[in-house]
Design a protein around this ligand. Structure first.
Ligand code: ATP
Ligand code: MG
Length: 366
């Protein structure tokens, strides 16, 4: 029997990044030991620590290693130490460059309510219980990158700032395919969100999504919704959604909104991908939504769940190991139910103790 092998580039980064990454790697090594798979883990510096060591947030050599990997497991970058060093010495450039040069265009942010955390939500249990939705945000185009853009000074001295939202058929189709494929492994529903009643880019978005649906994914249910209504519906009745797909700006806002329905920032993973299932092995980036949390860095109390759940997303989406992904997720739920909580969840566990608790649950499940 041949053993499959995956190259994974691990970039722990700054602040709490290395602390939560250490626990995520323990989980990954357990999965490796329990399966017929080898994980070839390579470590490199990215962000502030790379500025300190190499004078740049991301070495070209690290970029090359990312390209040659099956997946990148990213921690978090930045912190007060590196503020004000200049535009090209921002730690965040590390992640922006990785996304751009790996041609990643879809940011996936699940919002899942873990039953043991039902009291941590801002919504009532009867509204939020069982929530499991996935937001797919287009992250390479739209208002954030559209041309023309700029600031001009008018004759009377007033200023005028302007941006352009553009979306082409090809840009919409590629992110739409990701959404439909994700839905077909979930509850088979896609909600496509734009403002087709106000913008031309929204009109094209709606048209292209409808055509893609009819042509390639007729078995998935497609709904269209205006972004303002979607924001309202996410708070009113979030369980009506399975997969939401939307452009860069609306995705930014709606995914932050959705993520806070589920409790702590320390719980939320993300994936940034640039390929559909047909091209499974293109490198993608898996990282927690939270930042480097300088206020608690070095104290050993950061919640490692978001980083560990990012490992689960990587197993499912990039490595073709859905069973192991589900086991890691279940182990997190079971550890929470058994009381393993860091201070952000009102508990007194340290980072390593939560890692221990998840490993213990994983051992029971595998
Ligand atoms: P960024 O700009 O990098 O996204 P941010 O300004 O959004 O960073 P974070 O670093 O995410 O800030 O921290 C926001 C708050 O959440 C801080 O109080 C931090 O301590 C807390 N926090 C973030 N991550 C975790 C975690 N893994 N465990 C516990 N608390 C966390
Ligand atoms: Mg933030």
């Amino acid at each position: 029997m041949s053993q499959s092998s995956f190259r994974i580039l691990v970039l722990p980064g700054d602040g709490v990044g290395p602390e939560v990454m250490e626990q995520a790697v323990r989980i990954l090594k357990h999965v490796e030991a329990q399966s017929d798979t080898h994980f070839d883990l390579e470590y490199a510096l990215a962000g502030g620590c790379a500025i300190d060591a190499h004078g740049t947030p991301l070495l070209d050599e690290t970029m090359e290693r990312a390209r040659a990997s099956h997946a990148v497991l990213f921690g978090s970058v930045g912190g007060p130490k590196w503020e004000g060093l200049g535009f090209n010495l921002r730690p965040e450039i590390a992640i922006l460059r990785l996304r751009k040069e790996l041609n990643l265009f879809a940011n996936l942010r699940p919002a899942t309510l873990f039953t043991p955390l039902i009291d941590a939500s801002t919504l009532k249990p009867e509204v939020i219980g069982g929530l499991d939705l996935m937001i797919v945000r287009e992250c390479a185009g739209g208002l954030y990158f559209g041309e023309p853009r700029g600031i001009e000074t008018l004759r009377n001295g007033d200023k005028r700032g302007f941006n352009t939202e553009t979306y082409s058929t090809q840009e919409i189709e590629r992110v739409g395919r990701v959404a439909f494929q994700l839905a077909s492994d979930r509850r088979n529903q896609v909600c496509s969100v734009e403002k087709a009643n106000v913008t031309e880019s929204g009109l094209v978005w709606r048209e292209v999504m409808s055509a893609l649906h009819a042509r390639e994914f007729p078995d998935v249910t497609l709904r269209h919704m205006y972004a303002d209504n979607c924001a309202m519906q996410l708070v009113r009745a979030p369980r009506q959604f399975d997969v939401i797909v939307t452009g860069n700006m609306f995705g930014d806002i709606l995914s932050d909104l959705a993520s806070m329905l589920t409790g702590s920032l320390g719980m939320l993973p993300s994936a940034t991908i640039g390929a559909t299932k047909a091209e499974l092995f293109n490198p993608a980036i898996y990282e927690p939504i939270h930042g480097s949390a300088p206020d608690i860095a070095g104290k050993g109390i950061a919640n490692p769940m978001a980083q560990i759940l990012s490992v689960a997303m990587m197993l499912r989406l990039s490595l073709g190991m859905p069973k192991q992904a589900a086991q890691v997720e279940q182990a997190c739920i079971d550890a929470l139910a058994a009381g393993a909580r860091t201070p952000d969840l009102g508990g007194d566990f340290c980072t390593e103790q939560v890692g221990n608790a998840i490993l213990a649950q994983l051992e029971r499940l595998t």
